[in-house]
Write a protein that binds this ligand. Structure first.
Ligand code: ADP
Ligand code: ADP
Length: 231
C-alpha cells in the first residue's frame, strides 16, 4: 500500500550537504508493524517525515495505494496527511489547559468533521486506548504513559491507514513502555504502523519487521518472528 522508489533527500546548511536519505527503496503492506532502528543521524526521522508528508523528497517516487506522489500538489499532500496519516512523537504535544477529550477533538480540526461527530469519535478512541475513566482530566493530571495514550488517541481520531511513531516510548520507563507497545501492536492489526525506536529489544519483541538504517541507507530488512524454522 506504500512504496518508496529510489527516494533521495539532501539537506543543505551553508556549504554543507547532508544526504539524509540516499536512494531508499522499500514497500509496505496494509497491516504490518515495522520497527525502524539505526544510529542517530542515520535518516530515520527524515524517512518517517517523508512517508507522513511532512517533508518533501528531492527525487524518486513515493507511491500511496498505487498512486504516484511525484505530481502531488500541496492540496493533495494536505488531504493525504489529514486523512491517511496519524503521527505519534516522543513528546506528547498535548495542550495543557484543555481536557483530554478536547485535545483529541483538536486532532480532527483540519478534517472537516462536524462538532458532534468529533466528540463521538474522541470518546470512541479514548475508550480504545483505555482512558474512558479520565475524559475530563487535563494532561498534567496524567502519568507519562497516560499522556502518550492521549496522543495515540489523537493520532487515531481520523482512523488513519498509516500510523507513524517517532520514539513513542522514548520518555517512558520500561514497564510503561511495554504497555504502550502492547497497545501499538494491537493497533497494527488494523493499519500499517511504522515506528522509529532506539530500543532494539522492544523492536524484536513486538515488530513483525525490522528495518535498519545507516548513513541514509537501509542496511537490513528482516522479519524477526518468521526466521525460526517450522517444525
Ligand atoms: P532526531 O530524530 O530528532 O534527529 P534522534 O532520533 O537522532 O533525533 O535522537 C532523539 C534522541 O535520542 C536524542 O535525545 C538523542 O540524544 C537520543 N539518541 C540518539 N541516538 C541514540 C542511540 N543510539 N541510543 C540512545 N539514544 C539515542
Ligand atoms: P535520525 O532520525 O536517524 O537521527 P535524521 O533523519 O534526523 O536522522 O537526520 C539524518 C541526517 O540529516 C542527519 O545528518 C541530520 O543532521 C540531517 N538533518 C535532518 N534534518 C535536517 C534539517 N532540517 N536540516 C539540516 N540537516 C538535517
Amino acid at each position: 500500500m506504500l512504496e518508496l522508489q529510489h527516494i533521495k533527500k539532501t539537506y543543505h546548511v551553508g556549504d554543507t550537504e547532508t544526504k539524509a536519505l540516499d536512494d531508499v527503496s522499500v514497500a509496505f503492506r496494509e497491516k504490518e508493524f515495522v520497527a525502524v532502528l539505526g544510529p542517530s543521524g542515520s535518516g530515520k526521522t527524515t524517512f518517517l517525515n517523508i512517508i507522513g508528508g511532512l517533508d518533501r523528497y528531492d527525487s524518486g517516487d513515493l507511491l500511496i495505494k498505487g498512486k504516484h506522489t511525484s505530481d502531488f500538489k500541496d492540496s493533495d499532500w494536505d488531504a493525504y496527511r489529514n486523512n491517511s496519516i496519524g503521527f505519534v512523537f516522543q513528546s506528547y504535544n498535548l495542550i495543557g489547559h484543555l481536557s483530554i477529550v478536547a485535545n483529541v477533538e483538536l486532532g480532527m480540526t483540519l478534517s472537516g468533521v462536524p462538532k458532534e461527530e468529533k466528540h463521538r469519535r474522541a470518546l470512541e478512541v479514548l475508550e480504545q486506548v483505555g482512558l474512558k475513566d479520565h475524559l475530563h482530566k487535563r494532561p498534567n493530571q496524567l502519568s507519562g504513559g497516560q499522556m502518550q495514550r492521549v496522543a495515540i488517541a489523537r493520532a487515531l481520531a481520523n482512523d488513519p491507514e498509516i500510523l507513524l511513531c517517532d520514539e513513542p516510548t522514548g520518555a517512558l520507563d520500561t514497564s510503561t513502555s511495554v504497555q504502550i507497545m502492547d497497545l501499538i501492536q494491537k493497533l497494527s492489526a488494523e493499519r500499517l504502523v511504522i515506528m522509529v525506536t532506539h530500543n532494539p529489544q522492544l523492536a524484536e519483541d513486538y515488530a513483525d519487521r525490522i528495518i535498519r538504517f545507516q548513513d541514509g541507507h537501509i542496511i537490513s530488512d528482516t522479519h524477526p518472528h518468521q526466521e525460526r524454522p517450522k517444525p
